[in-house]
Design a binder for this molecule. Sequence first.
Ligand code: ADP
Length: 197
Amino acid sequence: MKCYIFVGPPGCGKGTHSVPVVRDFNLCHLSTGELLREQIAQGTELGLKAKSLMDAGNFVPDEVVEGMIASQFDNPRNFDGFLLDGFPRTLGQARDLDAMLAARGSEVTGVIGLMIPEDLIRARIKGRAVIEGRADDANDEIITNRINTYHEKTEPIIDYYKSKGKYYEVDGDGGPGEEGKLEVYRRIRVQMEKMEG
Ligand code: ADP
């Protein structure tokens, strides 16, 4: 079972580019943000607990997201592996993921870092707020909190994967419009094919 990871700041395009990646590499897309939003929409107990944390731009506890990921790993489907989007987000989660995969006879295949400058992060998140209506996208203070949390808690996982020789970086700014998206996807494919290699 292959395991690819997308890492990058909020708004870098992880969700957008997951769509063609899972299609072309026959992977199961696991977005912890989306799984959590489904729980909120269904009004589950887990969703109720997660909602206030997410709306304020704070992380939900590790055991919550790790439980969701483990149950997806144990739900066998016709895929060659998984694309994790938004997980791991902390060093603790990265170490726990290694243990979860080892217990299933597998390991991280490779990590794509999708990087964009901060002004573009803010512009994209604001554009998305109009379309998707997410509470955590609509407010400058919350966006700032998410960007700061990314630097403080998530960025350290890049060095973790670099030290294992598993990190591949992509410039997530391919220019405007659909052509820009296609350009970034081409860059991602080049890096993923190196991992396959
Ligand atoms: P974005 O990439 O725009 O930050 P996501 O959909 O990936 O959006 O995540 C939305 C929110 O869900 C996060 O701000 C956080 O509150 C919660 N979340 C998602 N993944 C995790 C995770 N791995 N650990 C903790 N919280 C998470």
